[in-house]
Ligand binder design. Structure first.
Ligand SMILES: [Zn+2]
Length: 410
């Protein structure tokens, strides 16, 4: 039995341990938070390339550079691999000679932390702005549009939310570009003007490449000029959701990613700094611990919209409903299967970082954070496939929160 914010739960395996909330500005007792956090990655790199950029939550990028062990360089590449958690790498390192070698080096052999919820929308906002979901307004896979009470899917910003209106923090890329630093994204053509790019990653020269090889070539070429290059690799997350993160399809993709990274390291300009990180890790779901919210009157009662994702659910209350009553019913029904907090408790706990008044309405009135391998789905609004993903993420377990911060200096 373990305690988390006064909440008891049991664990099946170490990687499903719930972690303490990561405080953005202080290292916690496991050495996560402050520099060892996704929000610190771009500020630290900005300092490493000689143009330190501070953010609303990180006022000393030079210190972050020092704490993360980054040398001064003229050219840096940051590679973000969607869904490739630290423990996913460790458990399958036999398939990845380049990453295995990096992992054995000092400083690379321990994870940093992503944000809550441990999911792409929230993490990309955190990465791109060097801040936290409480300031970016990108708070989960789906969230409410307070003006219409409709749900907005936040990868595409459906439901009437405008990326630039929701996410008002300047991006690190924008700030570097303003100061005359070259910033290049090597990405898929369809993401050049995507909602997520506009919200979290705006301000770069975007080079589209149709294939992984084209994008790699573009990054290698860019590394020969001073500045910062950003390369995004999507396939690990995609394969994980489709087949499971330990399935042979996933392993094939993982091997391919390792070989892309090895090529990058062998062909970039001498002196280039390569940083490899991720937005979140993944766990396998378990059909026997899947809970369908729609089948349970005590879970539906008083809830107008169910947002978030299966591992981190955001409940929006019907008008006149007291969120405490919803929270009590969910606690009674779910016991130790999920951690239930009202919005106020969640904000006070620091789980979203500092929260601005503009962002508060996007957060659920009640938040349910799944424990162990539980998933909380809603078959009224989610497709059957979306409710049965073999691998998932979003919660606070070690497997989902811990991400790599691998450094290679060429
Ligand atoms: Zn995902």
């Amino acid at each position: 039995m373990n305690e988390f914010m006064g909440f008891s739960y049991e664990n099946d395996s170490q990687l499903l341990h719930m972690q303490d909330i990561v405080h953005y500005n202080e290292l916690n007792n496991q050495g996560r938070g402050a520099a060892r956090h996704l929000s610190a990655v771009l500020p630290a790199i900005s300092s490493a390339i000689g143009t330190p950029i501070s953010t609303a939550i990180h006022d000393n990028p030079e210190q972050l550079q020092h704490d993360l062990g980054l040398p001064n360089v003229t050219s840096a590449i940051v590679v973000l691999i969607d869904g490739l958690g630290y423990w996913n790498v460790v458990e399958r390192k036999g398939h990845a000679p380049y990453l295995r070698n990096l992992l054995s080096r000092n400083n690379n052999d321990r994870p940093i932390s992503t944000c809550f919820p441990s999911t792409t929308v929230a993490a990309m906002g955190v990465f791109g702005t060097g801040t936290c979901p409480g300031l970016t307004g990108m708070t989960g896979y789906s969230q409410i549009n307070p003006a219409t009470r409709e749900l907005s899917q936040m990868i595409k910003f459906t439901g009437g939310l405008v990326p630039e209106d929701v996410q008002t923090q300047p991006t690190i890329f924008e700030k570097l570009s303003e100061q005359g630093v070259r910033v290049t994204t090597c990405g898929m053509p369809q993401f050049k003007k995507s909602a997520l790019t506009r919200a979290a990653l705006r301000g770069t020269l975007y080079i589209s490449g149709n294939t992984a090889a084209h994008r790699l070539e573009a990054a290698i070429k860019a590394s020969h000029m001073p500045g910062l290059t950003y390369l995004y690799i999507r396939d690990a997350d995609k394969m994980g959701h489709q087949y499971g993160w330990d399935d042979e399809h996933w392993i094939g993709v993982f091997e391919n990613i390792d070989s892309q990274l090895r090529t990058l390291a062998s062909r970039c300009a001498p002196g280039t700094l390569i940083v490899i990180t991720a937005d979140h890790g993944m766990i396998n779901s378990n059909p026997s611990t899947r809970i369908d919210i729609s089948e349970d009157e005590s879970l539906i009662q008083g809830v107008e919209q169910v947002g978030g994702e299966p591992r981190a659910v955001a409940l929006y209350a019907c008008e006149g409903e007291n969120p405490n009553d919803i929270a009590e019913r969910w606690k009674a029904r779910l016991g130790n299967r999920a951690l239930i907090m009202t919005r106020d408790d969640a904000v006070d706990s620091g789980i979203y970082g500092p929260v601005s008044d503009e962002v508060k309405p996007y957060l659920g009135d009640v938040i349910a954070i799944a424990c162990d391998d539980t998933t909380l789905i809603d078959s009224r609004t989610q497709s059957d496939q979306a409710t049965r993903l073999p691998s998932v993420h979003g919660s606070l377990t070690k497997a989902e929160l811990d991400i790599p911060f691998f450094v290679d200096v060429l």
